[in-house]
Design a protein around this ligand. Structure first.
Ligand code: E4P
Length: 223
């Protein structure tokens, strides 16, 4: 089970990568644009923070297969091994996925809204598919149901492609995806923090310290 951070904010990546068992970082053009920095330098800094052994997902901008392939090859050459090229599941995207997967470029098929799109991307050779859970919920569809059906389709047809569920607005959506067997989730920093935060836990810790210090004195540790 993989947990990825959906941001290009360097401070947040540093903090959360240090604290939590993260498997990498996902970006998209909107996330990158928010930082208003040189795109390649930003990706290089992210790579530097997370190291070579964690995944980095970066998206192409073109909408024509040939140009997507050129962008993907450029990024793959620059950022090497653990780079996943995100390609939207438009028809030209599926064509690009077919080509790039044959070359051994790792692919995350993105902007997935239906199980059928996920199936076609998997058949074309994508390593991951990214269904957009909250954006589905926002149009009165059922994001979790789409995730469940993709997982089932891949199982029935013995496809190796994994699901990286994306686009979350609350931790229950993440919880449901994990419960249903999504192999990966990617979420923004606030939601990753919320996976750990609970006020009762904090209250409990405060109580332990207060009780201990009443007897052993302030700042006394066990060692
Ligand atoms: C991941 O692939 C997507 O880029 C991302 O999760 C979209 O999230 P949003 O719907 O919050 O923009």
């Amino acid at each position: 089970m993989l947990i990825l951070l959906d941001t290009a904010n360097l401070e947040k990546i540093k903090r959360l990568n240090d604290l939590y068992p993260l498997d990498g970082v996902t970006t998209n053009p909107s996330i990158i644009a928010k930082e208003d920095k040189d795109f390649l330098e930003l990706l290089a800094e992210i790579r530097n923070i997370i190291g070579e052994d964690k995944m980095l997902h970066a998206q192409v901008l073109s909408t024509k297969a040939e140009e997507m392939i050129e962008e993907a090859e450029f990024l793959a050459k620059k950022f090497g091994e653990n780079l996943y090229i995100k390609i939207p599941v438009i028809p030209e995207g599926i064509k690009a996925i077919k080509n790039l997967s044959k070359q051994g470029v790792k692919i995350t098929a993105t902007a997935v809204f239906t199980p059928q799109q996920a199936f076609m991307a998997a058949k074309a050779g994508a390593d991951f598919v990214a269904p957009y859970v909250n954006r589905l919920d926002n149009i009165s569809a059922d994001g979790i149901k789409v995730v469940v059906e993709i997982i089932e389709l891949f199982k029935v047809h013995r496809l190796d492609t994994k699901v990286i569920a994306a686009s979350f607005k609350n931790i229950n959506q993440i919880h449901q995806c994990l419960l249903q067997g999504s192999q990966a989730v990617t979420a923004n920093p606030d939601l990753i923090e919320k996976l750990v935060y609970h006020p009762m836990t904090n209250l409990g810790v405060e109580g332990f310290i207060a009780d201990w210090e009443r007897v052993y004195g302030e700042g006394k540790k066990v060692n």
